[in-house]
Design a protein around this ligand. Structure first.
Ligand code: F6P
Length: 342
């Protein structure tokens, strides 16, 4: 058989580990693999290359980003290109496609499968917001990077008796903020799922100064929003792909804390540092397991499915269950974090 694979949407550590696993598994099962460049865009434009289980592929396990490149294609252009996509796959004699991406990519994969293209999805994103899987690869790496940064910020904040506001990624969900905040011993964390009152953040900081711990770390997910009527904040907008645009909420919170308390406050925005570089061991293992399972499923003739981590096991779920709604931080998880604020 012949498989095709592609990586689409924002990159994330572990994509190459999946590609390696797909190529090695397929070649061992007497099948060949081609890779489309730059996600759906390359599939539509028929930009492809053969991938072999060679020394190069073997070594990409550690490499961040994606050797195939990635991109975003507007859903309207994607849908308008269905005939072209089908004819490109037919010309390349592809029996099944393995699409590696986040919620948007998996939506595209489902749509292709609904239109008779055999597809298996592999969920990725540092945000960990794909439904129907416990974890996406990339998340553990992003949390490790953010935690390392928070660890470092503690000592400088303490030395200067400052508040350090750390803005981490998480446009729609606060998993990175929640985990990095807890692992890094943050003194307050805000996430998009729970609109915040800046007065609560100030209270947490004041408590610390009163206790004699004259510094504080506040972790803020980039998509966090204030409770209505509590603070004036830039509301941002929605981009052409339906994603929330960023408002620099970390800096806005820092300014407001300073205005209300008079403390010395600084802001650090971690940004794409969280998305680049080599994956952690956990992400390499998860990505590899996803790649092997997706390949075996595609070669067995499965379609319209997505690999997923359920407890400790990898299983196949319907693509339908992986899309449509995001996996958000449940209130009880945030309540656990809140128990340690201040
Ligand atoms: O991959 C998800 C994500 O990292 C979000 O947390 C972030 O908001 C977004 O991608 C930014 O992506 P880009 O800069 O590529 O538009």
């Amino acid at each position: 058989m012949r498989l095709a694979t592609l990586t689409s949407g924002g990159d994330c550590p572990g994509l190459n580990a999946v590609i390696r696993a797909v190529v090695r598994t397929a070649n061992k099962m007497d099948s060949t693999v081609i890779g489309y460049e730059d996600g759906w865009v390359g599939l539509l434009e028929d930009r492809r290359r053969d991938l072999y289980d060679d020394a190069y592929i073997d070594k990409i396990l550690l490499r961040g980003g994606t050797i195939l490149g990635t991109g975003r294609l507007h859903p309207d252009k994607f849908k308008a290109g269905l005939d072209q996509i089908k004819s490109n796959l037919e010309d390349a004699k592809v029996d099944a496609l393995i699409a590696i991406g986040g919620e948007g990519t998996l939506k595209g994969a489902k749509w292709l499968s609904d239109n008779s293209v055999p597809v298996i999805g592999v969920p990725k994103t540092i945000d960990n917001d794909v439904n129907a899987t416990n974890y996406t690869f990339g998340f553990d790496t992003a949390v490790s990077v953010a935690t390392d940064a928070i660890d470092r910020l503690h000592t400088t904040a303490e030395s200067h008796e400052r508040i350090l506001v750390v803005e981490v990624m998480g446009r729609h969900v606060g998993w990175i903020a929640l985990h990095a905040g807890m692992a890094g011993g943050a003194h307050h964390t805000v996430i998009p799922e729970e609109p915040f009152d800046v007065a609560d953040i100030c209270k947490s900081m004041e408590r610390r100064f009163q206790m004699g711990e004259k510094y504080g770390i506040v972790v803020v997910a980039e998509g966090a929003m204030p409770k209505e009527g509590t603070m004036q904040a830039d509301e941002g907008g929605i981009d052409e792909f339906g994603h929330k645009t960023f408002t620099g909420i970390g800096q806005q919170i820092a300014d407001e804390i300073h205005r209300r308390t008079g403390y010395d406050v600084r802001t650090t925005v971690l940004g794409h540092i969280q998305r680049g570089g080599t994956p952690t061991a956990y992400d390499r293992v998860l990505a590899t397991r996803y790649g092997v399972h997706a390949t075996k499923a595609a070669l067995a003739g499965d379609s319209g499915k997505c690999v997923s981590l359920q407890g400790e096991a990898i299983s196949l779920v319907d693509l339908e269950d992986a899309v449509g709604k995001l996996k958000v931080v449940p209130p009880e998880r945030y309540a656990t974090a809140r128990a340690l604020f201040g």
